[in-house]
Design a protein around this ligand. Sequence first.
Ligand SMILES: *Cc1c(COP(=O)(O)O)cnc(C)c1O
Length: 383
Amino acid sequence: MRDKAHLNTLLAAISDDPAGSMPPPIVQSSLFAFDSYKAFEDRMSGRTGQPIYTRVQNPTVAAFEALMADAEAGEAAVGFASGMAAISSTLLAFLKPGDRVACIEHVYPDTYRFLERMLRPLGIEISYHSAAAFEDEPDLLRGVQLAYLESPSSVIFAPMDLPRVTGHARRHGALTVIDNSWASPVFQKPIALGVDIVVHSASKYISGHSDTVAGVVIGSQDHIGRIRDLTLPLLGAKLAPFEAFLLIRGLRTLGARMKYHEATANMFVDRLAGQAGVRRVFSPGANTVPGLTGRSGLMSVEFDDTVDIPRFCDALGIFHLGVSWGGFESLILPARVGLAQAGQHNSMQKFNVSPNLVRLSLGLEDAEDLWADFTQALSQGAC
Ligand SMILES: *Cc1c(COP(=O)(O)O)cnc(C)c1O
């Protein structure tokens, strides 16, 4: 029955707590004790699944992992302390010096910094390609060990035809990893489209409440087993039980929230098309590529030169300025702030992001209120 259930039904699954609680209990224990020498020895030799130590295994975290494996239609999942911990622990588990990585352009800025500042110095080669190049150049992945994908990408939200790209990857024996934070499993299930490993920043839509930083990786038993064997215990960036509890609470409403974000985003995309001051909108909708079934609330808008972006931002009343996204509150992030960010390997500069771009995260406020706020700020920002 559960095998065939729809996502919303899977995410409503109650815990198997013997006391009958709906959510799983928060098991706030660092270690788990054993009744007998034999039981301890059996566990240490891997003959039972009982938890030993929360760096590696914890019942509340396991409950979140089980929900995520179901949601993404994967065999197994492993939680992490952040999206970046999920990404770095995945890449380090599968790459070694001399390997080659092909990465999507406009990748999440800290993923770009991880590739450039930590993997390249270890002797791993990295190249960046557009979604169109991944689709149309069947030999792009020749000699590549790992394709790191986002569909849609960050910043300009370029979607890619995943069945096509994963077909090329299989022919060349390249492992495929995708960051599915934008779509969430509600709007895209990459494993069903041929991707090997899905990573998430669970800090975004999965949490949904702007109160948690977390990550998760989903894939086959073999792939997740390798991460559990190597980078989870040895780098130790584990998910905490309380965070896992908050994420489970977020997952209960994920389907309903994504539908609401989508309705507001569709309204914005329709109205922005005729809006003075707007040059371009970056927001892929349902069915722009195979397997993408909805539009999330994260999009970018490029203004023309008639808009004073700092003045526009300061005139907003409901939208707040800030990083992150996917919560209940609407946020705006101007690209110029990212372009001005100090330090090595600024991906906004590397990928030539327009200074006239702003990213919107449309939250769960009333859609008409959001539109009224956006347009009144636009008229105050006109120059
Ligand atoms: C936020 C984000 C991350 C990083 O996640 P953290 O939980 O902040 O570490 C990775 N990928 C994308 C697309 C993100 O937006």
